[in-house]
Design a protein around this ligand. Structure first.
Ligand SMILES: [Zn+2]
Length: 282
């Protein structure tokens, strides 16, 4: 809990899993929030707390947070793509120095890039989405499926191996785990190459629980992702880990409040878009 007095709170920002309508402030049945069907969250919170309130897709907000306060902070950049690789896979886009929301406010659903059109069933209804392979849930599911064939592995001793268990077993040389991990990083790299070629960003930032594997994830994804992109996109880009880490969620919510409400508010909040951040444009 931040030790800030209530009088100093000028606005409320909410970073929430999508789909949602950031303009109307309505949550639209996110798969991980069962029962939240067309909930007018912004008006509810605004009324309860008596402060101007905004909501944004958490990965979209994450892109802005990394751009202003994280990996983008110390770099002269205008274009950043953020991936969150967690229970699911999400994405956010900062293009030409601004958040890109798209016509319905749902741009940047990078977890549903198709990496294999006849591939695994995804929760969204399509086949072969990135999320169906590279989310923590899918990494664990793929390991379980491999174990079910009877292939020997140290993971067989665990009741319900997680993505983290797979990463650790791969590091320890377990063949099954190494195969699952290598497949995961190869699929992620292919998605990176797609994104580099579509958006030609200076930076792709990777965050979320699965990226706690650190270099074990970043090194192969960065190397193969850059190698597969077209020359100009490759030469102008880098792929890095989130610099905000576990603080990303709260910083994301704040960043969105600053971005959407900063101009309307007096006092400290009006100047809150980071002073001294070289890439920021008001
Ligand atoms: Zn999907």
């Amino acid at each position: 809990m931040a030790s800030v007095s209530w009088e100093r709170i000028g606005a409320v920002g909410i970073a929430c899993g999508g789909p949602l309508d950031p303009f109307e402030g309505v949550i639209q049945s996110p798969p991980n929030l069962p029962g939240w069907d067309d909930v007018p969250l912004v008006s509810i919170v605004q009324e309860a707390l008596d402060r101007p309130t905004v909501v944004e897709n958490d990965a979209t907000a994450g892109a802005l947070a990394e751009f202003w306060y994280g990996a983008g902070r110390s770099r002269e950049i205008r274009d950043l793509v953020y991936f969150t690789i967690s229970t699911g896979v999400g994405g956010g886009l900062v293009l030409d120095g601004r958040l890109h929301r798209g016509a319905a406010g749902n741009a940047g659903e990078l977890g549903h890039l198709t990496v294999y059109y006849l591939g695994r069933q995804c929760g969204c209804g399509r086949r072969g989405c990135l999320e169906a392979y590279a989310s923590g849930t899918s990494i664990a599911a793929r390991a379980r499926e491999a174990l079910a064939t009877g292939e020997p592995s140290s993971l067989a001793a665990l009741e319900s191996p997680t993505a983290r268990d797979v990463a650790e077993a791969a590091l320890a040389g377990d063949r099954l785990a190494m195969r699952i991990w290598d497949e995961t990083t190869a699929i992620l790299a292919s998605a990176m190459a797609n994104v580099l070629d579509i958006f030609n960003p200076e930076l792709i930032v990777l965050g979320g629980g699965v990226t706690r594997a650190g270099d074990q994830l970043l090194r192969p994804v960065r190397e193969a992702g850059l190698a597969q992109a077209m020359g100009p996109a490759r030469r102008s880009a880098d792929i890095v880990l989130s610099e905000l880490g576990d603080q990303l969620g709260v910083v994301s919510a704040a960043a969105v409040a600053f971005e959407r409400l900063g101009d309307r508010l007096a006092g400290p909040l009006a100047q809150a878009v980071p002073a001294g951040v070289s890439n920021a444009r008001r």
